[in-house]
Design a protein around this ligand. Structure first.
Ligand code: NCD
Length: 357
């Protein structure tokens, strides 16, 4: 890895992320986690760089996490809030981006309620020939790469804290439960978890487990490993080993059976345009993660949730706060180290070897 370079200028999706890139992010994040454990938690890695946080949609965790990560790397941070910006005077998103570019932004971290906005800004920047990097911090129902990468880092760190790497999750069973339809987190996680060689089991009510998945991956009667009895493997017509590791269930039990990790997702009421659920109470009864339901999983199972959580809906309040079972706080902590890694790689174009000295 000596003198290796990072060549991906924009991070917009994990669809084409390579195993070597995942492992570089995991190793770099581990180095920055070590920095964050020091008394002085700041390094001059991106001194003189400008990171613009362009969040056109509300956010607590992601925006603060990117801001702190950039500051820990000594970058200058510009924060944009749509309510108080010139957007309300009719400025387009692209003109907003160009304004930040004129102020010297090296990296733009973009969140928008519409899918494809970060991609459109990145293409526009390429067209005008500028070197700025664009990071997708969540676009509509499309993708949320940094959340999936911090989830991956959290999962791998449970298995080997010192040396988190993709291969650790091979053949693990990971259940993703809840509102898959509206979840950009689920989409990015499916790409990264499939890349590890894990078995990914999606579970939720038929109205929230996308028909798109069922259409894209034609169902076949093939069965796989532990999922044998209950799963519907979604195998594309031209079956590839990647997609054979993705299963859909409309009941929660087969997804939880023998699972090593359970990811729950928020019911994204703000994105629901139709009445897709009878009631939150009924949803909790059928799909909520509770201590009883966790008995179906492997011993040592851990639970994740990207937040914000609807307490008592997708997960019981008691489990959410259980330090043995819940990785929710670790996910937030991991987020800063992972975003430091991503900003560092994009900003410097260099791969870090070992600890930051
Ligand atoms: C997620 C998001 O915004 O997509 N949250 C996050 O970034 N931590 C998930 C959600 O809103 O439910």
């Amino acid at each position: 890895m000596a003198n290796a370079t990072w060549i991906r200028r924009h991070i917009l999706s994990l669809a084409d992320f390579l195993p070597v890139e995942y492992n570089t992010v995991l190793q770099t994040a581990a180095s920055f986690r070590e920095v964050l454990s020091r008394r002085t938690k700041k390094v001059p890695a991106l001194q003189g760089h400008v990171v613009a946080n362009l969040f056109f949609e509300p956010s607590t965790r992601t925006r603060s996490s990117f801001e702190l990560a950039a500051k820990r790397l000594s970058a200058d941070v510009l924060n944009f809030a749509p309510g108080t910006s010139s957007l309300s005077k009719g400025e387009t998103i692209l003109d907003t981006a160009k304004t930040y570019l004129a102020m010297g932004a090296d990296i733009m971290v973009i969140r928008h309620r519409e899918a494809g906005v970060p991609q459109a800004v990145a293409s526009a920047m390429e067209e005008i020939g500028v070197q700025v990097g664009v990071f997708n911090a969540g676009d509509g129902q499309h993708e949320h790469p940094s959340q999936a990468l911090l989830d991956l880092f959290t999962l791998c760190s449970v298995l080997d804290f010192e040396n988190p790497r993709l291969e650790l999750l091979k053949d693990k069973k990971i259940a993703i439960v809840g509102d898959i339809l509206h979840s950009r987190v689920a989409r990015s996680n499916i790409y990264s978890l499939i890349a590890t060689g894990a078995e990914v089991h999606l579970a939720g009510p038929p109205t929230l487990v996308p028909k798109l998945f069922a259409e894209y991956f034609s169902t076949q009667s093939q069965t796989h490993g532990r999922a044998k009895e209950h799963a519907t493997p979604l195998t594309p017509t031209n079956a590839s080993s990647k997609q054979e590791r993705l299963f859909v269930h409309w009941q929660i039990e087969p997804a939880l059976e023998d699972a090593d990790f359970v990811m729950t997702l928020r019911l994204q009421k703000e994105r629901m345009t139709a009445h897709l659920l009878p009631s939150l109470r009924e949803y909790h009864q059928l799909y909520g993660i509770t201590s009883d339901r966790l008995k179906l999983c492997r011993g040592g199972v851990k639970i994740l949730h990207p937040g914000p959580v609807n307490r008592g809906v997708e997960i019981s309040s008691e489990l959410m706060d259980d330090p043995e079972l819940s990785l929710i706080s670790q996910q937030v902590t991991s987020g800063v180290a992972v975003r430091m890694a991503l900003l560092y790689l994009m900003g410097s174009g260099k791969v870090l070897n070992g600890h930051w000295s």
